[in-house]
Design a protein around this ligand. Structure first.
Ligand SMILES: Nc1ncnc2c1ncn2[C@@H]1O[C@H](COP(=O)(O)OP(=O)(O)OP(=O)(O)O)[C@@H](O)[C@H]1O
Ligand SMILES: [Mg+2]
Length: 291
């Protein structure tokens, strides 16, 4: 089923829940505004708090295809936007007999048939509206960001040989960032902003239940409590929702009925993954559980 345009924030919140994503208040609000205003959303926050998943959930809820651009250092237009299919162009040139003039060949080989559409262009040119996820935008450089600006403000792409390609439909756009570098003001100005943080205990409990429904309730409660304690320590990398879910699944498999000091010690490496963090957590939280 596809939802053309959600009618209220509550509707978005309920819709996201239905597809397995528990939105916080501001998540539902910003998602609603994005769908209604057609503005891109910049989602920032620590690792593993559901930034990427939000885009996936929105695509499920809105019944739209998800087009994903995974960013990395050195990502360029050819991989993000479009590129000419040189091999095919060459074949065409060879196939045209020697007497065809340059102008004819040139008209031929710079048509859409010879274009390889990469995610950004796919999203723009799609007949059906899509959800476009530009994941980990902070990994790219400022030039790439500048290129995105034309796209995000006008929803069009200019190809020198072909002219302007305008969006036929308006995508819902989500950009995610882990804040490894400060994004430009120009980019931020064009986006709605959503800061995702670690959830409250109640919310996390619900998320854990959603992903590991068979886990006994007492264990699930204990789990989010312990995760909360661990997050309060000064760690290199505090456990995220992703780790809570992994831990819940592991405890379920092991048939744990409580999180005793022993269980905690043997499964600790599921939630903390740095040598120094392991020591700190074992000492501070492990001891508490044993008491
Ligand atoms: N609100 C939520 N409701 C349901 N599941 C969630 C929620 N938030 C996070 N999750 C789950 O947590 C896991 C991690 O989420 P995700 O991969 O989206 O994190 P992320 O913020 O993109 O992390 P990273 O910065 O490392 O890419 C996923 O398995 C996702 O299903
Ligand atoms: Mg992610």
């Amino acid at each position: 089923m596809s939802v053309a345009a959600p009618e209220s924030v509550e509707q978005v919140a309920a819709g996201l829940r239905e597809v397995g994503y528990l939105p916080g208040e501001s998540t539902a609000l910003v998602s609603y505004l994005a769908a209604r205003l057609g503005k891109p959303v910049l989602v920032e926050g620590p690792a593993g708090v559901g930034k990427t998943e939000l885009a996936k959930a929105l695509s499920r809820y809105l019944g739209r295809t998800l087009v994903r651009l995974q960013c990395y250092e050195g990502l360029d237009e050819a991989k993000a936007l479009y590129e000419w299919n040189y091999r095919k162009q060459l074949l065409r040139i060879q196939a045209e007999s020697g007497d065809a003039g340059w102008n004819t060949v040139q008209d031929d080989i710079f048509g859409t048939e010879f274009l390889l559409a990469r995610p950004l262009m796919q999203a723009i040119a799609s007949e059906e509206p899509v959800v476009l996820l530009i994941d980990e935008i902070d990994k790219t450089d400022q030039e790439f960001e500048a290129m995105l600006l034309e796209l995000l403000s006008d929803f069009q792409i200019t190809i020198p040989e072909l002219g302007r390609i305008e969006a036929r439909t308006h995508p819902v756009v989500l950009l995610t960032s882990n804040n490894s570098r400060e994004l430009t003001e120009a980019l931020k100005r064009r986006c709605l902003y959503l800061w995702l943080d670690y959830p409250s205990m109640e919310q996390e409990l619900e998320i854990v239940r959603l992903h590991a429904p068979e886990l006994p309730d007492t264990v699930a409660r204990r789990l989010v409590e312990v995760i909360g304690m661990v997050r309060e320590l000064d760690l290199k990398k505090p456990p995220s929702i992703a780790e809570s879910i992994d831990w819940a699944r592991a405890l379920l498999l092991m048939g744990a009925e409580d999180i005793s000091a022993d269980v905690f010690r043997s499964t600790l490496s599921i939630i903390v993954k740095h040598r120094t963090d392991l020591d700190v957590v074992a000492e501070r939280v492990g001891v508490k559980l044993a008491a």
